[in-house]
Design a protein around this ligand. Structure first.
Ligand SMILES: [Zn+2]
Length: 82
């Protein structure tokens, strides 16, 4: 007989900032610093139809990049922190 525990969520082993290459700190499968993750599946009317693009940014690179935006990102304070 085998008893299985509920499978845990997929835990990352390595995350690297796509901009600067810095390794994001992960301890026991838990991300221990700020990281911005983006995923986009390009649609039919784009030049990348059907391609999934994804990347991660460390918090410093995120801050540098959004400072170049003409319109800043929308920010909402989340009260549901784990
Ligand atoms: Zn970075």
């Amino acid at each position: 007989m085998r008893v299985y525990t509920v499978q845990k969520e997929k835990q990352p082993e390595v995350i690297q900032c796509n901009c600067c290459g810095k390794r994001i700190l992960i301890e026991n499968g838990i991300v221990r610093e700020g990281v911005f993750s983006a995923d986009c599946t390009w649609g039919y009317f784009s030049k990348k139809d059907g391609e999934l693009h994804s990347f991660d940014l460390c918090e410093d690179c995120y801050d540098k990049i959004v400072k170049t935006f003409r319109i800043p990102p929308k920010q909402i304070q989340s009260n549901e922190m784990i």
